[in-house]
Write a protein that binds this ligand. Structure first.
Ligand code: HEM
Length: 199
């Protein structure tokens, strides 16, 4: 799509905007809490919040457009690849910030349960493969069917890990998590109805 000037922000413009917004939010986290364990943890939580929002748009964009059928849903749908790229980049930052937490403040990888490391690690494998195959150079190494299988299974696994994390957070009393859990429940429902409709 080349008419980005005439119709607002499209494609890489979205990625740039999300990266800029994230930078501001992460800067705020450190400005508020300082370069402390709490500051880095806040940054980790906000990286998850921004990335889950991008992920939900990418993973449900097609279904949102099927139900809404307006210019906004069309914009979400047409740019879903770039919402996906934004999600992956911000979530890679989540991992980078976890590395800072590990080495400077708290050995998070050492103390995490093996099953959580496996679940999170597998999600990261999917994130990297899905990010790479969003570009033609790597996408052409897969058949259309293999590409769809990778992005469908990967998408559901990532959504499962997000849903698990926010359910756990909510149960532990973090009410911010309700916003993001509701968003994820909405995506699960849209995907489920979409599947049922296709049958
Ligand atoms: C092995 C890799 C991972 C590790 C060790 C890890 C660890 C953590 C830690 C320690 C926090 C909490 C920071 C705090 O509140 O103090 C956190 C937050 C979070 N992580 Fe990860 N994470 C990993 C991968 C992932 C992946 C792949 C996803 C999603 C696809 C994810 C989703 C989340 C979410 C949603 C939160 C925020 C929860 C909230 O706001 O209450 N994490 N992660």
């Amino acid at each position: 799509m080349n008419d980005s000037n005439s119709r607002g922000i499209w494609e890489w413009g979205i990625v740039r905007l999300i990266l800029l917004l994230s930078l501001l939010v992460f800067g705020f986290c450190i400005a508020i809490e300082g370069y402390t364990e709490e500051g880095v943890r806040l940054l980790i939580r906000w990286s998850a919040r921004i990335s889950v929002t991008c992920f939900c748009i990418a993973f449900a964009g097609k279904y949102i457009h099927q139900y809404m059928q307006n210019s906004f849903s069309f914009w979400l749908y047409m740019n879903r690849k770039f919402w996906g790229i934004s999600f992956a980049l911000i979530h890679i930052f989540h991992l980078f910030a976890l590395g800072i937490l590990q080495y400077s403040f708290h050995p998070v990888f050492t103390t995490a349960a093996g099953i959580s490391l496996f679940g999170g690690g597998l999600a990261y494998l999917f994130i990297v493969l899905m990010l790479l195959t969003s570009f033609d150079t790597f996408a052409k190494l897969l058949s259309a069917k293999q590409w769809t299988i990778l992005h469908t299974i990967g998408g559901y696994w990532i959504m499962f890990i997000f849903t698990r994390s926010y359910t756990k957070g909510l149960l532990m009393g973090d009410y911010w998590d309700l916003i993001f859990l509701s968003m994820l429940v909405g995506v699960w429902m849209l995907r489920l109805f979409g599947l049922l409709k296709r049958r």
